[in-house]
Structure formats: structure tokens, C-alpha cells
Design a protein around this ligand. Sequence first.
Ligand code: UT7
Length: 347
Amino acid sequence: MSRAAVLCGLGGALPGTVVSNDELAAQLDTTDRWIRTRTGIGSRHVVEPGEATSDLAVDAGRRALESARRAAGAPAAADAAVDVVVVATSTPDRLCPATAPSVAHRLGLGHVPAFDVAAVCTGFVYALATAASMIVAGLAERALVIGADTFSTILDPADRTTRAIFGDGAGAVVLRAGEHDEPGALLGFDLGSDGGGADLITMRAGGSRQRSSGEEPAEGDQYFAMEGRQVFTAAVLKMSESSQRLLDRLGWDRHRLDRVVAHQANVRILHAVAEQLGLEEKQIVVNLDRVGNTVAASIPLAMADAVAAGSLAPGHRVLLTGFGGGLTWGSTALVWPDLEPVTDDPA
Ligand code: UT7
């Protein structure tokens, strides 16, 4: 039997403040109707001043560890040890150092290796691939993988397009070493990038390019910017192609696929991916109506919501696929394991 990384815990965290489309429409030139029909989003959660990405990451991580304990039937006080912590984020608490070491420290996980992965909305899939590779290589037995972002902190308050789409959140999973034929085993990955599209999803200021020029950033460069239409087209194409490549590699006919959990960017993108893959819309998990695009948190939060809603169940053949800035994309697949996601702290 070949060694594999097996999904055994799932958690999520959303900040307490909810912003409805009507609240956005009171501040910006937009409407609830435009946002719902063009994106499928009804509301999103945002952090309050002083709340940071690591705060959400710690909550999601703690809950994923609790979920793993329950799946193992272990008592609440059981050891929650992991060998590595990987945090996917593009909104780290600070540019330097990485956010993961402080998350590991705050979770009481000791002096384990901890590092960030930056692949914007594909970050969670890249982080999964990184942690799974460490497990398969024997560098780790158990990994905590967290996708966490607070894009509300980098959006232009006057940009109706990005403010309508993005929300804050964190989702996390625990991976453990196991066998390739177990439910939950990550069966393979397809990953890719195209740096020719680096300007389509970007924050121009803050990095070494502008700092080293010694000039003040141009007005607006401190905010996140996106070429919506081009990104839309690329998202549909790259998630569909990546998914199909992985299905071919695994020898999974699309008729044997039960669910797709795709990055939650826009419901029209999700439906177009379903069409490209020849799937029914109901096979594509959708939770962006209440959380928006939560960037690296999007896929684990969608998985947790789908389990809670009963649309993702043990034994389902599931494909996860993401697309984001870079440009980057990536997919993985698994047979859904029997686990209980934790999205609230136990009373
Ligand atoms: O997570 C990965 C990265 N992000 C994505 O995957 C997002 C991909 N892109 C999209 O989801 C869509 O392109 C958007 C939701 C961003 C925009 O939707 P669209 O249907 O592609 O609209 P558009 O950019 O073609 O704009 C159509 C019109 C424009 O007005 P004009 O130029 O036709 O007068 C926009 O200014 O809609 C306008 N518009 C809005 N109107 C009301 C853009 N945002 C808004 C808004 N409210 N919030």
C-alpha cells in the first residue's frame, strides 16, 4: 500500500460583522439586484479594525483540530499535535515575518515548522499539495493546513466591483499519514501558473518593486486591483482544464464524479465550469451567496458548508479546484471521508 495524506479534520471561521448587499448599495453606486444577478453573492463577512488574518486562522485551525479529534473518537483533552503548519494567505498580518509561525504558537503547537504559501485564491490547493507532499515524503505525520484571508483590509473603499465580491474568512483541514485507498486520501494534484497574467489580479504597492524605486506609490496602487472580465474568462478555462487533466490522470470518468468544490468567485463562473465539465449545476457546491469570495479560505469554507447542508457526504467522489492571482490554478481529488466539520467553538 502506498503512503498518502488523508483528510481527517475540517474547520472554519468567519468574522462576526456581516455586510449585506443593501449596506454596500447605501455607500456605493451599486444595487442588491446587480450584485446578486452578476455574482450570486448576497452578503459577506468582514473583519473589524484591529482584527487580522491570523485571528481567523487560529479559530479555524483550532476547530479543524477539534474536528480531527472527534473523527478519531478521541477525548476532548487528547493531544492535538501536528508536525507542520501551512497557512495559505495573500493578506498576511505583516509582510515579514510569515503568519504561520504565530498561528502555530497561538495554537500551542510547539516549535513545529510553520510557513506561508502565497497563491491568492489557489493558495489552499497549493498549501494542501505542499503539506501532502511532506507527509508522503515522510517529513510529517500530521499537518494543519489553513487558508485565511482578510481582503476587506486591502480593497479600495470606493471600488464597487471588488467590494461586492470579496469577504473575509478562514478554513482549515488536518491531514494525517494514511493509505492511498482510504476515504479522505488526496489522490493526486494538478497545479499550474502563468505569470504573464500577473497584472490581472494585483496590489502594485508595498512590495520590493515600488520600494526599490524610491518613489511614492501612485494614487490607488496601495489597493487590490482586478481586471474582472479577463479574470472571469481565465477562471472558467483554467479550473475546467485543470479539473479535466486531473480526472484523466486518475482515470475518473466525469460520470463517476459526485461533487466539485471550486473556488467561490462568482456563481456564473461555477456554472460555466459545470458546463465545461459536463456536470449538472447541483453537483457544484455553492456557498458564496452568504460569504462571497473569501480567497484562500474559499474551498475549505465551501466544503464545511456543504457537509453541514448534507450535499457532501461520505463516499462522494469529490474534486477540488481553484484559480487565482499569479495567475495560478490547481486541483485535487478525494473520496469524501466521514468527518464532522467544526465551524463554531463548542459551548
Ligand atoms: O477569485 C479570483 C479572482 N476574481 C474573480 O474570479 C472574479 C472574476 N470576475 C467576475 O466575477 C466578474 O467579471 C465581475 C463580477 C467582477 C464583474 O461582472 P461582469 O459581468 O464581468 O461585469 P463587467 O466587468 O463586464 O462590467 C459590466 C458593468 C460595467 O459598467 P459599464 O462599463 O458597462 O457601464 C461595470 O462598471 O457593470 C458595472 N459594474 C457594476 N455595476 C453595479 C461593475 N461592478 C458593479 C457593481 N454594481 N458592483
